[in-house]
Design a protein around this ligand. Structure first.
Ligand SMILES: NC(=O)c1ccc[n+]([C@@H]2O[C@H](COP(=O)([O-])OP(=O)(O)OC[C@H]3O[C@@H](n4cnc5c(N)ncnc54)[C@H](OP(=O)(O)O)[C@@H]3O)[C@@H](O)[C@H]2O)c1
Length: 259
């Protein structure tokens, strides 16, 4: 029996992952701040799927609480699948954001998934298998379209996932970055954007079902709304064509100063 730890499991995408993974027979560790919601979901999943479900209440931006989740990953029962899903956004722009709020968002969207992946990886490497799923966003590819630093935190998730996959993929660890576009969850209530004003909003279970198709295919990057996969392949081909041109001991002609 495999065990999955899901952060942000009390609502939205994380709760949908919990339901889908329980249906696949995974035992679960559910992490979020809302104990009542986690306990209710856990009771439902134990009853409907006969799986073991632990609840770990944690504000992941609190150092002590984060350490407890890291400890669960390092020294509790083996966790075969980490779903790094907890995340949030900030209303307003970079210019209007308070420094403490910027720091908080970087903690939640960047530092937390990084440290949890680090904690989970130790046991996975020992066992020679395991999976880490990081929930990014399509806005990480098009940061010009989204004010503030949310998009930059999601660019990190993509970059982190691709780098980690290159490092640990050959050692049997599968890393997937999932890049949703607009998905109908409560995150929009806090973002300052009225989800009703958006077109083409995906339902959360459709998003997670698609992400799990990508998981089963062992895709490195899964973009559920992207109809034309050739667009992503062309983007990746162009990106991967760059490195040979970086090997240059002298500045490119256009940057050379006149003697
Ligand atoms: N919805 C979209 O359109 C969309 C698009 C692209 C990417 N995403 C990403 O998808 C992920 C999930 O978001 P969602 O849309 O499902 O939002 P959501 O419905 O608001 O769920 C967010 C989850 O994260 C948990 N969480 C938030 N802050 C936390 C903290 N400090 N400590 C622990 N848990 C915390 C929340 O639980 P508690 O409140 O109980 O702590 C909740 O379970 C995020 O990483 C988000 O950036 C969403």
């Amino acid at each position: 029996m495999s065990t999955a730890l899901i952060t942000g499991a009390s609502a939205g995408i994380g709760a949908s992952y919990a339901r889908r993974l329980a249906a696949r027979g995974y035992d679960l560790v559910l992490v979020a701040r809302s104990t009542g919601k986690l306990e209710a979901l856990a009771a439902d999943l134990r009853a409907s799927h006969s799986v073991a479900v632990e609840v770990l209440t944690a504000d992941l931006t609190n150092a002590t609480a984060l350490k407890a989740v890291e400890d669960r990953l390092r020294s509790g029962g083996p966790v075969d699948l980490l779903i790094n899903n907890a995340g949030d956004s900030l209303p307003g722009t970079f210019a209007t954001a308070k420094p403490d709020d910027l720091d908080w968002l970087i903690q939640l969207n960047v530092t937390v998934p990084t440290l949890l992946a680090s904690a989970a990886l130790a046991g996975m490497l020992e066992r020679g298998e395991g999976s880490i799923v990081n929930i990014g966003s399509v806005v990480g590819l098009v940061p010009e379209y989204f004010p503030g630093i949310y998009a930059a935190t999601k660019s990190y998730i993509l970059s982190f996932s691709q780098g980690l996959a290159a490092e640990v993929g050959p050692k049997g660890i599968y890393v997937q970055a999932v890049l949703p576009a607009a998905t109908r969850t409560a995150i929009w209530d806090r973002s300052g954007v009225d989800v009703a004003s958006l077109q083409n909003v995906m339902e959360v279970d459709d998003l997670v079902d698609a992400a799990l198709v990508g998981f089963d295919l062992k895709e490195g990057v899964t973009i559920p709304p992207l109809a034309d996969a050739a667009l992503w392949n062309a983007f990746e081909t162009a990106r991967r064509a760059l490195p040979p041109s970086f090997a240059n001991a002298v500045p490119a002609e256009r940057y050379r100063t006149k003697a």
